[in-house]
Design a protein around this ligand. Sequence first.
Ligand code: AMP
Ligand code: FE
Ligand code: FE
Ligand code: ZN
Length: 292
Amino acid sequence: MALKIDPHVHSALSDGTDVPRELLKKARVAGLDVIGAVDHDTFEHWEPFRAAYAELTAEGARPPAIILGTEISTSVDRCPIHLLNYLPNPHRGSVRAILKNAHHDRLERMRRMVTKINQDYPLTWSDVQAEITGLTPGRPHIGDALVRKGYFQTRSEAFKKVLNPGSPYYVSRPIVDSFAVLEAIRADGGVPVLAHPFSLTRSKRRLDPAIVRKLAQNGLRGIEVNHREHDAPARQLAAGLARELDLFVSGASDYHGAGKPNQLGENTMPEASLRQILAAGASPLLGELPPS
Ligand code: AMP
Ligand code: FE
Ligand code: FE
Ligand code: ZN
């Protein structure tokens, strides 16, 4: 049977809500053979995932194998671009160096947003701090605080009303250039994949395909096609670019636990693409693939 692979999920170490152990158990229940653990802008989830995998294996729970990675927020001409960095050598440090200020910049930006939001929706910094579960604090945690205060029902509603880039409460943060990040991913031996390039829920403009072509010329290896934030034209565009540029195709849930409606395994990656990641990445798969 074909492997069931969901290569893009988030844990509570960034802005998901499940700790690695819970996430692995749910992934097992969802019938997944492999997950990609790609918390945002950090490597801090790698060790907890290794530990949870070892623990569950020792208990005989047969967790899915794990492609370790990071999803990195980047931009070109202020257009947001998320790059997935699969199986880099974590000791090489080029991406780490780029992310060095990310934590500090995120906190500064959040404090400024909270000050603005507080004028209309009473909210303190400690309300938000109480929601931060990992090392990548972000707007989702402000959203969780607003939900806990009773202003909104869900994180998604908080985004729609308060946290989105068009809102008067929005403050931007410094974002690294996509091409600099791509170069760093390659220097670390990681496999770079473009996440949800044509999502319209994140920015008003659809990413210019010319930028995808330029990323491909600079070593991009794969592209997400099947993702819930891609409508049919977005999927067609991404699939066409994959063929044109010889990129492997991916699909994923972008699961965030209770933070988003996305369900584990709702979109998956073809096994051939996984084989390319495993062949090209500088780090091994964590765990074993089931015998085929
Ligand atoms: P930040 O890193 O603070 O800019 O926040 C970006 C994160 O917010 C992304 O990683 C998403 O997981 C989350 N996000 C973005 N848009 C939405 C939305 N409409 N609903 C829920 N979460 C969202
Ligand atoms: Fe996220
Ligand atoms: Fe993303
Ligand atoms: Zn993601």
